[in-house]
Ligand binder design. Structure first.
Ligand SMILES: NC(=O)CC[C@H](N)C(=O)O
Length: 366
């Protein structure tokens, strides 16, 4: 291999025994996680800070990553406008080539950002080969060692991704309020992206973010006009208390919007099922069909679990589905004011074609 530009090597081990050597960047560190890939061509500052990636090592399939650097933090009413949370959430980053920024408003390079936040990166590896392996064998655990040799990688793989409740790392410990008028929306925050908060804030709501394990009674104490169950990391089947909260809230008939993990929690609470997909949907150009008018939208996805055709909860209609694999991408309850999307209507990154989902929710609420 040629000399590494940052002066150190990196190694990637996959649980099927694959061992790759590449160049290190970011922090010198060893991290384990589930290896997943996104085909998004841009939006790495948003993706890397998306709390739904907690516990995962991310492969970006776009060949050059870092060209436009990392922006300065912009904050409005406590909501981040160009990052999805306060820190990098991925465990490690895999790219074909990391580059120095060439943009007027970049504050730092991808390399410096990862280094500051203790996250290892590997470059100069064949990302296409890694993705083909994950696509054919299914999601795999992996170990990324940057600046270190990897002698006994298997000792880092004791716990499987699917068995860990990552929401305890991404959910706030106590409520956080973003004041903005009299109409309150409670967001059950298992690691909600700031893009979702911003879409609610823009529509004139005061947002109360509550810890993931808040009870329905405590949520209703805020007298919310509506409740949002946002995105979050890990296996939805492990967070039974959040599912119970959703179920209890249906007794109050309060309008509910579920997004991504929120869609999965709704499915479980309403009597349906959620299973692990072979390698998930992570992209900013996934098609979904709206069953109410037959329109196809191009949407942002980041999920490894999914609602399959046989697991649709009773009393719920399919609102959206993915025409590629039939995964259920949204539900509308037949009697209660509940709507859900598996995709991200706030995009971040991605196309803004479906932000109208928040307008629909606003109409249900006020
Ligand atoms: N973005 C999300 O909310 C992801 C939900 C869940 N952790 C999954 O991987 O399917």
């Amino acid at each position: 291999m040629t000399l590494c530009r940052r002066g150190y090597k990196a190694y990637l081990y996959l649980e099927d025994g694959t061992l790759l050597e590449g160049c290190g960047f970011g922090a010198r560190a060893v991290k384990a996680g589930e290896v997943v890939f996104t085909t998004a061509m841009n939006g790495y500052p948003e993706s890397l800070t998306d709390p739904s990636y907690k516990g995962q090592i991310l492969v970006i399939t776009h060949p050059l990553v870092g060209n436009y650097g990392i922006p300065n933090k912009e904050i409005e009413n406590g909501i981040l406008k160009n990052f999805e949370s306060e820190r990098i959430q991925i465990e490690g980053l895999i790219v074909a080539e990391e580059t120095e920024p060439k943009k007027w408003n970049s504050s730092k390079s991808l390399h410096d950002w990862l280094k500051e936040e203790g996250i290892p990166g590997i470059s100069e590896v064949d990302t296409r080969m890694i993705v083909k392996r994950v696509r054919s064998k299914g999601a795999m655990m992996g170990v990324l060692a940057s600046g270190y040799e990897l002698d006994e990688p298997r000792k880092f793989l004791e716990k499987r991704y699917d068995e860990i409740d990552f929401t305890k790392f991404t959910s706030p410990k106590s409520p956080i309020i973003h004041p903005n008028g009299n109409n309150i929306i409670v967001v059950v925050d298992c690691g909600t992206k700031h893009g979702i908060l911003y879409e609610l804030y823009k529509r004139g709501f005061t947002i109360v973010r509550v810890p993931c394990n808040f009870s329905a009674e405590n949520i209703m104490d805020y007298m919310p006009k509506g409740v949002v169950f946002g995105n979050g990391p890990g296996n939805p089947n492990l967070i039974r208390d959040v599912v119970k909260t959703f179920k209890d809230l249906t007794e109050y008939r309060v309008p509910i919007l579920g997004v991504c993990l929120g869609h999965q929690v709704a499915t479980l609470a309403l009597g349906g099922g959620v299973k692990k997909m072979k390698y998930g949907h992570r992209a900013i150009n996934k098609p979904v069909i709206d069953t109410t008018d037959g329109k196809c939208y191009i949407t942002t996805h980041n999920h490894g679990y999914g609602v399959f055709k046989n697991d649709i909860p009773p009393s719920s209609k399919v609102w959206f589905y993915n025409p590629d694999d039939g995964i259920i991408e949204g539900l509308i309850h037949e009697k209660l004011p509940i709507i859900t999307t598996q995709f991200h209507p706030e995009a971040k990154p991605g196309p803004n074609d479906v932000t109208w989902v928040f307008d629909k929710f606003k109409k249900m609420v006020i």
